[in-house]
Design a binder for this molecule. Structure first.
Ligand code: AMP
Ligand code: GLY
Length: 429
């Protein structure tokens, strides 16, 4: 089989790494990939937002299956385009990807189908939004409707902050047309959990529950980032909680989409908060999470390509998924200054040693590999150093042992990625 993976982050390196383990796969391309995927996959020319170019590439290289990492191409309709060209692709249609592409769509969908989520209002006029906020007592979260590179959600500590958030999104238009409408919802408290499933219509296969660590600094302090690490399985998610999430969120979501005439096929990611009144959906994503995928896939015992094929061929109902016992931790190593301004082009040393150690894999994110074999930093989040252990203590020893052998100027990471943070984290962004 010939496989194309679209994207260039740590998530895509993890996907390429897992796909490369399938005996059915003879060739992989990554569009455009990074310094890590370059060892396992050829680089495909088109960028992730060049949908026509990607379809032409898949057709002319006889690609059997395409997997999309980021949300942008899915929300822009890459699945619809590949369908019209007779090309197989893992991911929802543009209409179904609206679960991530439009917060208004997602909230109205949840309300219609009785899926637990925070009470909310939708506004298209900033004056009205602000009048309504002035009448509220509880803490609020202001969300730009459209895609905003993960920055369109503003969790507010006071009414003043909520008013300022409306100005930022709707008046200053910090996120452009994504801020034409806002969702304003009640602020919830509790630990977060990322539940991912492979979905085909009414059928779904759950992946291991995971958690990402969004804050920049130890102790869950500092600004939000794209993710400073992740763990799987989630330390607080026992079988009964997972079963409850499947029953109250995942299954009704699949059923609801089918009932609404937009059946979902692809990876469905429910971002949940565990509140005293049960799990509530904070957001849907229409793709694998980053960096959750880096912690989930090393535990997956099943051939991922088999699961993808079962999904695109409508056989997911009969598919079985196995996860290994144990725990996985991914520690993101970032450039100095991230998530603020940072320098690129720093040479990374010590990459070979950790990768040869049992249970450790170093996923690349913002890296580039030069012709002479040197690997340079190329983004804010540089590496996702990942280790599996028989428990979190074992995984932690391995992962930080590996991190400590890697060096580049200004490198920065959190030393507290692990299950304990899941307990003390209130989960607030
Ligand atoms: P989203 O882009 O919708 O995933 O939101 C990003 C982050 O904002 C979530 O992972 C939460 O940490 C936080 N968040 C979103 N909605 C709420 C809410 N209603 N209450 C508290 N935090 C929230
Ligand atoms: N880890 C959060 C996301 O992938 O959106």
């Amino acid at each position: 089989m010939r496989v194309l993976v679209i994207g260039n982050g740590g998530r895509e390196h993890a996907l390429v790494w897992k796909i490369a383990q399938s005996p059915q796969v003879e060739k992989i391309w990554c569009a455009p990939g990074n310094g890590g995927t370059a060892l396992l996959a050829d680089t495909a020319g088109p960028e992730a937002d060049d949908l026509e170019g990607l379809a032409d590439f898949a057709a002319s290289n006889a690609v059997d299956l395409t997997i999309v990492g980021p949300e942008g191409p899915l929300v822009a309709g890459i699945r619809n385009l590949f369908d019209t060209r007779g090309l197989k692709l893992v991911g929802p249609t543009r209409e179904a990807a609206a679960l991530e592409g439009s917060k208004v769509f997602a909230k109205e969908f949840m309300a219609r189908h009785g899926i637990p989520t925070a009470p909310f209002r939708v506004f298209s006029d900033p004056g009205e939004a602000k009048r309504w906020i002035r009448g509220q007592d509880s803490s609020l979260v202001v969300k730009a409707d459209g895609l905003a590179a993960g920055k369109g959600v503003i969790v507010c500590a006071s009414r003043e902050e909520a008013l300022a958030a409306v100005d930022r999104v709707m008046v200053e238009r910090a996120f452009g047309a994504a801020g034409d409408r806002v969702v304003i919802e009640e602020r919830l408290e509790g630990p977060e959990i990322s539940m991912l499933a492979l979905v085909c219509g009414d059928d779904l296969v759950r992946l291991a529950p995971a958690m990402d660590f969004k804050r920049a600094y130890e102790g869950d302090a500092g600004p939000n980032t794209g993710g400073m690490g992740s763990i799987a399985p989630h330390a607080l998610a026992d079988e009964s909680l997972i079963a409850e999430i499947e029953k109250s969120v995942l299954r009704p979501t699949c059923r609801g989409m089918a009932e609404d005439g937009i059946p979902y096929e692809g990876v469905l990611y429910a971002g949940l908060m565990m509140t005293p009144s049960g799990p509530q959906v904070l957001e849907y994503n229409c793709r694998f999470g980053d960096p959750e995928t880096q912690a989930i896939l090393p535990l997956l015992g099943t051939d991922l390509v088999d699961l993808f094929l079962a999904m695109v061929d409508g056989r997911l109902g009969a598919a079985r998924v196995e996860f290994e016992q144990g725990a996985c931790i991914c520690v993101v190593v970032a450039s100095g200054g991230y998530p603020g301004p940072f320098e690129k082009g720093k040479e990374i040393a010590g990459l070979e040693d950790p990768s040869t150690e049992e249970g450790v894999v170093v996923f690349h994110a913002g890296t580039s590999r030069k012709a002479d074999g040197r690997v340079l930093t190329q983004g804010g989040r540089v590496l996702g150093v990942t280790a599996v252990g028989s428990d979190f203590d074992g995984a932690s020893r391995r992962v930080y042992g590996a991190v400590d052998r890697i060096r580049f100027e200004g490198m920065r990471f959190r030393r507290d990625i692990g299950p304990r943070v899941a307990e003390y984290s209130g989960g607030c962004a």
